[in-house]
Design a protein around this ligand. Structure first.
Ligand SMILES: Nc1ncnc2c1ncn2[C@@H]1O[C@H](COP(=O)(O)OP(=O)(O)OP(=O)(O)O)[C@@H](O)[C@H]1O
Length: 807
């Protein structure tokens, strides 16, 4: 092992020591910082059995040569294949070339399906069903649900919901068929991965190293988190470019020690400086040092080794430019995807339909263009239309045919996604990256875009040419100066509410907790232990896009009402806002506002009458009112009248409360009824407490020292935060820090909190700690009253520095 003989840096050595001490670790490794060398160093420091889980097969194969014999190098699929998949080998082989027609037949699909004015062929339906199953396989769900239908170009929300409901039955049947020994449907690798995950496997190792953890899919993430073995996740959250829907990056919330590798051996100081600006724009606190010897810096590269682009469209533009100059050019990953788009466009332009997975619903190119004009159309589709309309399908086909393969190319053109994990000597950044145009007045670049650019600029070893992103460089240079005390959008960190501050490690609250409660991850560990074995979360199965945020509000209000409290001041504030003579961004005209204000006032009155016992309401009516109330609160909290997924946006001047409550979807009623049933038992004791011991939405003495903080409930001295999450295993460290924040912000002990806890409303589980246990586990170094006094001093100091413009 060549690399073990390198002299380890202090950071690498610290990682090895923490590992040898048996700790769970999240190792944040910046680009080129010798991640694999460090992992090999860890592995060889022990004789215990290790398992290294690689992102894909080539990485696993390469790693095999670098680890000592005690560490096995595998991918998740190879682990699953050995455990479960090998039994299905015959079916895997047999179904490799099964035509879609046959799949459709097996699924009982034999005719077109009309969805609005579009028609779906049986084979298309079959493909969508199999895709639903595939998305299910990567989720942590234990049943196929309507939301596993992916985006479908050409359908509006209503159409997609209808389609999802129709296909759901087939998709459930398909999964049963796939799992059955007599099954006939095509069997794929993702299928045995899911079957294996459903067995809740114990990995055969004393320690597990999970690589590229920032891009781990939810199904593998859950397996990793559930292990009793020592766990180390390694990666770079700033390089997260595959956003698994709703998945927070596993590393920042991981209940283990957080360590960093920041010395990059790939490039020198000048490139590191560019990378650091993009790290800040991506809201990361890591900063790299460029340690590569030899020439390394910024410069012009007319014919570089690689040009890195945002997507297919700008990549093709680069390819064409090189072809014109007679330069041998390759496209990373090959030209097949472009060819398929071009061929689909040829068909559509000739009035023929296509089976291309983005375009199958359209019957002409004009229809595609028209659909792509809409704001709601997917970015990929817009890019395809731009590509075809700019170059024409024939030119695209000709370009693909003239490209060479990477081995014979002078230049490789690559999208950032295809450049993941690679490096080149001379790199030029393409000009297709975009500023946050959709946010007027927004300072900076969207963090997701900044992550892409960070990955791009850190692929270069010797020369980095950044002319293509000059606009953005100017932009973020300015933002960079303020980055220590502001969000990328320019909001001072000290002015954020508690939950907002916890997203930024350098905010006053996070800095305080890191110093005074440094081990909150141990509370997360205790939470994970105690939440194991809970039943699966209840959730809406038939709704394609459940509005989880709105459902979260609704259950919160319902639980409050159950404790005899109203929905809280924020709802009333939202109602009031509608009658105030203030402009609200996006709000309807004065008459509609008046109608909504009247409806809101009635809503509050009805809930009040219910609470006072003057007019008791039934379960369903309460849920409807609570659901509508959530949109008033959102108006107050966001300060804008959003049109997206907002029931209030359906109103006109004749709208009355009953119209709003009638518009509450059926899935909301079912979902909340299920959650309320689960709450029956855990909340029974609380309901019997005297009124003064049931506090809902408590605000603390310290809430004004930051941008606000109100907890969910304090019942008989127990402070509870309610989590309506569908994935309770992935609860973030910030959930524990939030509890700590409330506890400490009660400067004068006004609520006499003696226990804290999390209530999982989709499982009906309450997990609590005494304040003593909680503080001990978190590594508190001072008693509670002292911590509170220190926090008060710290936050007030931070407020003063912000208002005087320092820091
Ligand atoms: N302590 C060190 N001193 C000098 N060079 C080092 C050290 N550690 C690693 N390197 C060099 O850094 C380069 C990258 O290391 P390695 O192959 O381990 O990283 P990697 O796993 O490819 O990941 P990444 O490039 O993302 O860090 C290698 O050329 C390696 O020799």
């Amino acid at each position: 092992m060549a690399t073990v003989s390198l002299r380890a840096t202090a950071e690498q050595e610290a990682a090895r020591e923490a590992f040898a001490a048996g700790q769970d670790l999240a190792l944040v490794a910046g680009a080129g910082t010798g991640k694999t060398s460090t992992l090999a160093l860890m592995g060889s420091s022990t004789r215990r059995r290790g398992l290294y889980v690689a992102f894909n097969k080539p990485i696993a194969d390469e790693a095999r040569g670098r680890f000592a014999g005690n560490v096995q190098c595998r991918t998740s699929h190879s682990l699953a294949h050995r455990a479960v998949g090998h039994r299905f080998q015959d079916r895997l082989d047999a179904s490799r070339h099964m035509p879609l027609k046959r799949t459709a037949k097996l699924l009982g699909l034999d005719r077109d399906l009309a969805v609005g004015k579009r028609r779906l062929r049986a084979t298309t339906q079959a493909r969508l069903v199999m895709e639903m199953v595939r998305r299910f396989c990567y989720s942590t769900d234990d049943q196929v649900a309507a939301r596993h239908l992916g985006p479908v170009n050409g359908l509006d929300d209503q159409g997609a919901q209808y389609l999802a409901q129709v296909l759901l039955k087939r998709a459930r049947w398909a999964w049963d068929d796939i799992c059955s020994p007599e099954g006939g449907l095509p069997f794929q690798h993702d299928h045995y991965l899911k079957m294996w995950a459903l067995t809740r496997p114990r990995l055969p190792a004393d320690f597990v190293l999970l690589d590229e953890a920032q891009d781990t899919n939810p199904v593998l993430e859950e397996i990793f988190l559930a292990q009793d073995a020592q766990r180390v996740c390694v990666g770079d959250p700033a390089q997260q470019i595959y956003e698994w829907r709703h998945a927070k990056d596993i590393m920042s919330g991981f209940p283990g020690r957080q360590l960093e590798l920041t010395q990059s051996f790939r490039f020198g100081p000048a490139i590191a400086e560019v990378a650091n600006r993009w790290l800040r724009a991506a809201a990361s606190t890591m900063q790299l040092t460029g340690r590569a010897g030899g020439a390394s810096g910024l410069g012009r590269a007319e014919v570089p080794d690689a040009v890195l682009c945002r997507g297919n469209a700008d990549a093709l533009a680069e390819v064409l430019r090189f072809l014109e100059q007679g330069v041998a050019v390759a496209l990373a990953g090959g030209g097949k995807p472009l060819l398929k788009i071009a061929e689909a466009a040829v068909d559509l332009q000739a009035g023929r339909r296509t089976s291309h997975h983005e375009l199958f619903l359209f019957s002409s190119w004009g229809e595609v263009q028209e659909y792509a004009e809409q704001d709601s159309a997917a970015a990929e589709l817009k890019a395809i239309v731009e590509l075809v309309d700019t170059y024409g399908p024939q030119q695209i086909i000709a370009a693909v045919n003239r490209m060479t393969d990477e081995d014979h190319a002078q230049v490789v053109v690559s999208t950032v996604h295809k450049a993941k994990g690679r490096e080149w000597r001379r790199v030029r950044i393409g000009d297709g990256f975009t500023p946050a145009v959709d946010q007027p007045g927004a300072r900076g670049v969207h963090p997701a875009e900044a992550r892409l650019i960070y990955v791009a600029v850190t692929r270069a070893r010797e020369v980095l040419d950044t002319r293509g992103i000059q606009w953005a460089e100017a932009h973020i240079r300015q933002a960079s100066r303020a980055w220590v005390t502001s969000t990328p959008q320019g909001v001072p960190l000290a002015a954020l509410p508690l939950t907002g501050q916890l997203q930024y490690p350098r905010s006053p609250m996070s800095v305080f907790l890191a110093r005074h409660l440094p081990r909150t991850e141990r509370v997360v560990g205790s939470y994970l232990q105690r939440s194991r074995g809970l039943p699966p979360a209840v959730q809406p199965m038939d709704e394609r896009r459940p509005d989880y945020a709105a459902l979260g509000h609704t259950i919160d209000y319902r639980l409050r009402l159950g404790l005899g409290c109203g929905p809280g001041g924020a709802v009333a504030a939202g109602v009031e806002l509608l009658s105030a003579p203030l402009p609200i961004e996006g709000a309807p005209g004065p008459r509609v506002r008046r109608a909504l204000h009247t409806a809101g006032t009635q809503l509050l009155a009805r809930l009040q009458a219910h609470l006072e016992g003057a007019h008791r309401l039934g379960e369903e009516e309460l849920t409807r009112l609570c659901h509508v109330a959530g949109f008033y609160e959102a108006l107050y909290r966001n300060g804008v009248f959003s049109r997206r997924r907002n029931l209030l946006a359906l109103a006109d001047e004749h709208t009355m409360l009953d119209h709003l409550t009638a518009a509450v979807p059926a899935y909301v009623l079912e979902d909340i009824a299920e959650q309320m049933e689960l709450a029956e038992q855990p909340f029974a004791g609380f309901r019997r407490l005297p009124a003064e011991q049931r506090v809902c939405g408590p605000v603390f003495a310290g809430s004004g020292d930051l941008g606000g903080a109100d907890a969910d409930f304090i019942v008989g001295g127990l402070l509870i935060d309610c989590k309506a999450t569908t994935r309770p295993h992935t609860i973030h460290r910030s959930a524990v820090q939030q509890l700590a924040g409330y506890l400490l912000l009660d400067y004068d002990d006004a609520y006499g909190v003696d226990r804290v806890g999390l209530y999982l409303s989709r499982q009906g589980a309450l997990i609590t700690w005494s304040v003593g246990e909680f503080l001990d586990a978190s590594g508190a170094r001072a008693p509670l009253p002292r911590l509170r006094a220190l926090l008060r001093g710290h936050l007030r100091q931070a407020q003063r520095s912000t208002s005087s413009g320092k820091g």
